[in-house]
Design a protein around this ligand. Structure first.
Ligand SMILES: *[C@@H]1O[C@H](CO)[C@@H](O)[C@H](O)[C@H]1NC(C)=O
Ligand SMILES: *[C@@H]1O[C@H](CO)[C@@H](O)[C@H](O)[C@H]1NC(C)=O
Length: 192
């Protein structure tokens, strides 16, 4: 009985980072850290990215399994592109569209596995609902720190931003109630 209980305390955690190396590496470090605690990790991404990662980070724990899901083709996204590092910034929305198309294969993987926790990135807005439906706990892992998230504001603010002048990002937002100097410089906003 006790043995069974112990078994159950070890989790099977799926992680699903956004398709960008600045996201893969923190998610990999988190995965390795969780694996050191004895949890099994399914690191889900697209084949080319997983191949590159296995070369960059050869010292992954044996408890970390790479799970490749082929990236569906999307009109406007150049062939064989699987990460932001291979794209000009203006084409990134097409990569997001392809990422959204991973919903069916990812759902199928989750359905047929014994994953009990899912750690996801900021892009797949549809994923928490899928996880809930499958009885899987999900958490959002932000690679942005608290200062950045506070500066960006609530989802409502972020949605309004497209209609606002870029200069708005160069001042401390009104919802920061304490003295702060966290704001973009204009050239940083324009570059991105
Ligand atoms: C792999 O090992 C190197 C050097 O020991 C370390 O800096 C790096 O963080 C490790 N990679 C992962 C994914 O833990
Ligand atoms: C938070 O992230 C921003 C942007 O990367 C960086 O400039 C800032 O120093 C970070 N703040 C802390 C407290 O780590």
């Amino acid at each position: 009985m006790d043995e069974m209980k112990k078994e159950h305390q070890k989790l099977h955690i799926a992680v699903f980072p956004w398709l960008a190396f600045g996201h893969f590496l923190p998610f990999l470090r988190l995965s390795n850290h969780l694996a050191q605690l004895g949890h099994r990790i399914s690191f889900i991404s697209t084949p080319k990215n997983l191949h590159r990662l296995s070369q960059i980070a050869p010292n992954l724990s044996s408890l970390v399994t790479m799970v490749p899901l082929p990236l569906p083709p999307v009109h406007g996204l150049p062939d064989s592109v699987e990460s932001t590092s291979e794209l000009p910034f203006r084409l990134v929305p097409y990569l997001k569209r392809a990422y959204d198309q991973l919903q069916p294969p990812l759902t199928e993987f989750l359905q047929n596995s014994d994953v009990n926790w899912l750690i996801h990135d900021f892009v797949p807005h549809w994923l928490p609902q899928v996880a809930t439906r499958l009885g899987i706990n999900s958490v959002f892992f932000s690679i942005f720190n608290a200062s950045v998230l506070a500066f960006l504001g609530s989802p409502e603010e972020i949605l309004l931003r497209d209609q606002q002048p870029l200069e708005d990002l160069t001042v401390v937002p009104e919802w920061i109630p304490f003295p702060s100097n966290v704001a973009f410089r204009l050239y940083e906003v324009i570059y991105h």
